[in-house]
Design a protein around this ligand. Structure first.
Ligand code: CA
Ligand code: CA
Ligand code: CA
Length: 206
C-alpha cells in the first residue's frame, strides 16, 4: 500500500512538473504592439491603417521608450542591443522571438547572434514580398540555454550587406524549461498508481 501511494504521488508530481515545463524566464525588448503606437498586429501585414506610401509608415513611428524599436529609419543595417535575464541553469533550451519589418529586402541576409554566437539566419525576403506590404515577419530561433548569460546578454543582427533600413517591434529572449519527465512518461506512472490504489481498496472491502 505504501509503495502504491509513493508511486501515485510520484506520478502526480511528475505530471505537475511536466505541466510547468515551458517558459522559465523571459526578457522583452520592445512592446509587442507592431510598429508605432498601439498598432493592430495583423499577421504578415504591418499594423492598422493604409500603408500605401513609405511616409505612412514614417508617420506611425512615434518614438517608443525602448531604443531601436518602433522607429523608422533609426534602425538599419547591423544592430546590437542588450537584454537581461536570470539564468539559474534550470533551462536547457532558449529562444529568441523577433518581429521585424522591411528587413533583408535587398538581397541581403542577417546573422542572428546571442553573445557573439550565431543562432540562425534571417534570409532575404522573396521577390513576391514587396517593400510596401507583406514584410512583417515573426521569427523564432532556438538554441542552447548555455549561450545565455545570467544577467546581461547582447543580441546582434549582423547584415552581410549594407543600406538596408528596417524596424524592430520587439525581441523576446526566453529560457525554456527542461522536460525531465515528459507527460507521456508520467501518465502511465500515475495511472499505475491509481490502478494500484483501486486494487488495494477492493482488497480491503472484500
Ligand atoms: Ca509601440
Ligand atoms: Ca529594408
Ligand atoms: Ca512595438
Amino acid at each position: 500500500m505504501k509503495r502504491l501511494v509513493v508511486s501515485l504521488v510520484a506520478g502526480a508530481i511528475a505530471i505537475g512538473s511536466s505541466a510547468q515545463a515551458g517558459v522559465i524566464a523571459t526578457s522583452l525588448y520592445g512592446d509587442v504592439d507592431c510598429f508605432g503606437t498601439n498598432q493592430v498586429c495583423n499577421d504578415g501585414v504591418r499594423g492598422s491603417g493604409t500603408f500605401s506610401d513609405f511616409n505612412d509608415f514614417n508617420a506611425a513611428m512615434v518614438a517608443d521608450s525602448t531604443p531601436l524599436t518602433d522607429r523608422w529609419p533609426d534602425v538599419f543595417d547591423s544592430q546590437s542591443w542588450e537584454q537581461s535575464i536570470s539564468n539559474t541553469g534550470a533551462a536547457t533550451e532558449a529562444s529568441l522571438d523577433l518581429r521585424v519589418w522591411a528587413m533583408a529586402d535587398i538581397g541581403n541576409t542577417y546573422d542572428v547572434q546571442v553573445n557573439g554566437v550565431s543562432v540562425g539566419t534571417i534570409d532575404t525576403v522573396t521577390a513576391a514580398d514587396t517593400y510596401l506590404a507583406q514584410q512583417v515577419r515573426n521569427l523564432t530561433f532556438l538554441f542552447s540555454a548555455a549561450l545565455v548569460n545570467d544577467g546581461v546578454n547582447t543580441i546582434s543582427l549582423i547584415n552581410d550587406g549594407s543600406g538596408d533600413n528596417w524596424s524592430l517591434d520587439f525581441s523576446r529572449l526566453s529560457l525554456l524549461g527542461a522536460s525531465e519527465v515528459p507527460l507521456p512518461a508520467a501518465l502511465p506512472l500515475f495511472l499505475m498508481g491509481l490502478a494500484g490504489l483501486g486494487a488495494a481498496r477492493r482488497k480491503r472491502q472484500s
